[in-house]
Design a protein around this ligand. Structure first.
Ligand code: UD1
Length: 344
């Protein structure tokens, strides 16, 4: 069976994708420097799948170590490149950290691919490339707007670097996946989102508030031009998202791609507001999430949700999990974590 390199494979989306790959019989090699994840994730993957993937503690920015890694696992068939920093606010404070980490790691991989005869790469991009779209739901051909943060810019530049490099190297291909907002956790509650420190993203903040780790959730703004005034996003179950990666890899390996680079939105097509998410979470779990409305967060987009038709038609992929089930899974994961970390 084909061998897949998963960079950032102990991270949130990476670990769920490793599980789906292993479930489909792929051999998985994880490269991660654990800068924003935990080695215990490998236990979670093993518990779910019965297989412990190969793991290398390497920073993808380290060209020499990556070169050695490719030598060691000398017949990698495809790369799924998750490893990146993703905190929008931090990227504004430390832009070079983001440009170096997110871009040098990608450049290293693209440079090493032809040397090690790896032809296929899946790149984690983001709906952030659309900025505030003029037309919703947003399609892949919508204009790319100036990035609102260095983080967002690394995704835009990353896509450009891939375009230039893939077209310059005959035989290489890439699938670019633009994620909307991944939430939720594996049904086993063995793996899930595990942010370091205070969460930036909505869902981990919701679950940590619900369990009592945080006093109160701040809702960033209720004066947007939306039905309830809070921002709207397209929240997608992380396992649905992970499955799309397996399909993308299969598509490249079977040479089913219609062009050397294909770009897909990965979303549900449903926009939900921050207040709707809180409300639905409270309904499905029966747990209250203390929250208060505060001012807008810098750089937030008012509303964005996907038109996933292209991915539905071409990949034969559809996000199937309801938001209720997704929120339940996030809560089960948070509760499982609390059990694990409870003092004896
Ligand atoms: C952002 C990025 C996205 C990136 C993701 C990864 C933009 C426009 N979006 O997504 O590209 O992949 O981070 O980290 O750059 N919210 C609250 N209170 C909180 C936290 C969030 O009200 O404590 C609200 C936000 O204002 C937003 C929604 O919840 O409306 C979702 O926020 P978040 O989970 O941080 O994701 P994005 O900002 O959409």
């Amino acid at each position: 069976m084909a061998k897949i390199l998963v960079t950032g494979g102990t991270g949130y989306i990476g670990s769920h994708t490793a599980v789906e790959l292993i479930n489909k019989g792929y051999e998985v090699v994880i490269v991660d420097n654990l800068s924003n994840s935990n080695i215990d994730v490998l236990n979670g993957i093993e518990k779910i799948t019965g297989v412990r993937p190969a793991f290398e503690n390497i920073d993808c920015v380290d060209y020499v170590s990556m070169d050695r890694m490719f030598e060691k696992y000398n017949d990698i068939d495809a790369i799924i490149h998750f490893a990146a920093f993703k905190a929008v606010g931090e990227s504004v404070e430390k832009p070079l950290l983001y440009y170096r980490n997110n871009l040098v790691s990608l450049i290293n991989l693209l440079q090493l691919m032809p040397m090690h005869k790896v032809n296929n790469i899946v790149f984690s991009s983001s709906c952030t490339v659309y900025g505030q779209p003029d037309i919703l739901p947003v399609v892949e051909s919508a204009p790319i707007k100036p990035a609102a943060s260095p983080y967002g810019n690394t995704k835009q530049i990353g896509e450009e670097i891939i375009h230039d490099t893939i077209y310059a190297n005959q035989g290489y291909q890439s699938i670019i996946l633009r994620y909307f907002n991944p939430i939720g956790a594996h049904a086993s509650a063995e793996i899930g989102e595990l942010p370091n420190g205070v969460p930036n993203n909505l869902l981990p903040f919701v679950t940590q508030t619900a369990i009592g780790l945080r006093k109160q959730l701040s809702v960033f703004g209720n004066d947007y031009n939306t039905p309830d005034g809070s921002c709207i996003r397209d929240y997608i179950h992380v396992v649905d998202l992970a499955k799309a990666h397996v399909i993308a890899v299969e598509r490249m390996l079977k040479k089913l791609t219609k062009s050397r680079i294909e770009t897909f939105n990965l979303g549900t097509g449903i926009g939900l507001s921050v207040l709707e998410i809180i409300d639905t979470f409270e309904k499905v779990t029966g747990v209250k999430v203390p929250h208060k409305i505060v001012g807008r967060r810098d750089g937030d987009i008012e509303k964005v949700w996907a038109d996933p038709t292209y991915a539905n038609d071409v990949l034969g992929w559809v996000a199937t999990e309801s938001v209720e089930e997704t929120l339940r899974s996030a809560w089960a994961w948070e509760q499982n974590l609390a059990q694990r970390t409870k003092p004896e």
